[in-house]
Design a protein around this ligand. Structure first.
Ligand code: PLP
Ligand code: TYF
Length: 394
């Protein structure tokens, strides 16, 4: 039967990762895949995670199965991290998932179960995996305008105009913070307007939050998701621990289903448990356990928060440096958006041809849509990138 299989489209970001590896040039610069790198190009295991791993080795007495939704303490700790006290704990159903991707996938499954006719509205552009999973699941997908290629900010009027088409029972997928791939985000006033529209339409928000702590701070980055959870009758939230705990390969995520009617919590929880069982039974536990230890131990938590701040500030510093270097070289403010964007990524807003030119002429790798990973830079490579951008005529 395998003869019926067709070639599937590859992930462009992962293809780029491979191409970078194969490039023999010594001065090549990797601004592709969204992995944090320090000034030496290393993706470190965070200090608190290392310490928790050491402790875990001492105290772990079994690796028997957890529950279908994972360890409840992990759910509690992550709900508190993402939602704070925005909603009562009793209103939240949650299940651990293999990474944020697993949470996204399970969320789409739950949407399909609850309303097979639901359309999912996604930002143009969005993380390519959103589109790929939606297509694979045959869920009708509608793009809403998001990135303004002139200002490199959010085309908020366009976004609201497009979302005027949503109907009750549809889902609107938003990035909770640090939009991937653009780096452009709504301000709180705009989030409030969006919430008002969702309420008016009776559409359900789904929030993908994969970079809490990478933008303006742990609390600040959670403001939008908390506002949405507090204001809307129902919300789905897919959270990832890959970036902010630096545990990418451990596959640690959480799907939350929040309902303002606490009597629905049991059904929501049962559905999440059921969906985990259909897809993989028990979720991975190792990363989740480390996250729980870090979040619940005051000393580990303080150290994790301090290191996350270092990570966040290093990216902000690189943004400032790149924006000012480009201002100096171009004699204009047209690259000021780089300092305004938040998270790991900025979209330059240039053509695939010029992105390819940067790769061919300078060994600078960024995604074809002109997304660059700020964390792939360091103080020495910023001027090299800036000079290459100007030379290429971007
Ligand atoms: N959602 C977005 C927008 C992302 O950028 C990512 C990737 O980091 C994820 C979800 C999920 O990542 P992971 O499955 O590695 O936790
Ligand atoms: O956007 C990124 O680069 C990260 C990492 O299939 C990633 O989110 C990229 C592609 C993919 C899974 C994760």
């Amino acid at each position: 039967m395998f003869e019926t299989l067709k070639e599937q489209p590859a992930d462009k970001i992962l293809m780029l990762m491979q191409a970078f590896k194969e490039d023999p040039r010594e001065d090549k610069i990797d601004l592709g895949v969204g992995v944090y790198k320090d000034a030496t190009g290393n993706t470190p295991v965070m200090r608190a995670i290392k310490a928790a791993e050491k402790q875990l080795w001492e105290v772990e007495t079994t690796k028997a199965y957890t529950g279908l939704a994972g360890d409840p303490a992990y759910g509690d700790a992550m709900i508190a991290l993402v939602l704070g006290d925005a909603v009562p704990r009793a209103n939240v159903a949650a299940a651990a998932t293999p990474g944020g991707t697993g949470a996204v996938r399970q969320a789409f499954d739950m949407i399909k179960m609850a309303n097979p006719a639901a359309r999912v509205f996604v930002s143009d552009p969005t993380w390519p995996n959103h589109l790929s999973i939606l297509k694979h699941m045959q869920i009708e997908t509608v793009m809403y305008r998001y990135f303004d290629n002139e200002t490199r900010g959010v085309d908020f009027d366009g976004m609201m105009a497009d979302l005027d088409q949503v109907r009750a029972g549809d889902v609107v997928l938003v990035h909770g913070c640090c939009h991937n791939p653009t780096g452009a985000n709504l301000n709180m006033g705009q989030w409030k307007e969006l919430v008002a529209l969702l309420l008016k339409k009776g559409a359900t928000p789904m929030v993908d939050i994969a970079y809490q702590g990478f933008g303006d701070g742990l609390e600040e980055d959670a403001q939008a998701v908390r506002l949405i959870a507090k204001s809307c009758p129902e919300v789905l939230i897919a959270a990832s621990c890959s970036k902010n705990f630096g545990i990418y390969r451990e596959r640690t995520g959480l799907l939350m289903a929040v309902s303002n009617d606490a009597s629905r919590q049991k059904m929501n929880q049962g559905t999440l448990n059921y969906l985990n069982r259909q897809n993989f039974s028990f979720p991975p536990d190792h990363g989740a356990r480390l996250v729980t230890m870090v979040l619940t131990d005051p000393a580990l938590r303080a150290d994790w928060m301090a290191e996350l701040e270092e990570v966040r500030n290093s990216m902000l510093g690189l943004r400032e440096q790149l924006a000012s270097e480009l201002q100096r070289l171009s004699g204009s403010d047209r690259f000021g958006f780089i300092a305004q964007h938040r998270g790991m990524f900025s979209r330059l807003g240039t053509t695939p041809e010029l992105v390819e030119k940067l790769r061919a002429d300078h060994g600078i790798y960024m995604v074809g849509d002109s997304r660059l990973n700020i964390a792939g830079l360091n103080k020495t490579t910023v001027p090299i990138l800036a000079a290459a951008i100007i030379k290429a005529g971007i």
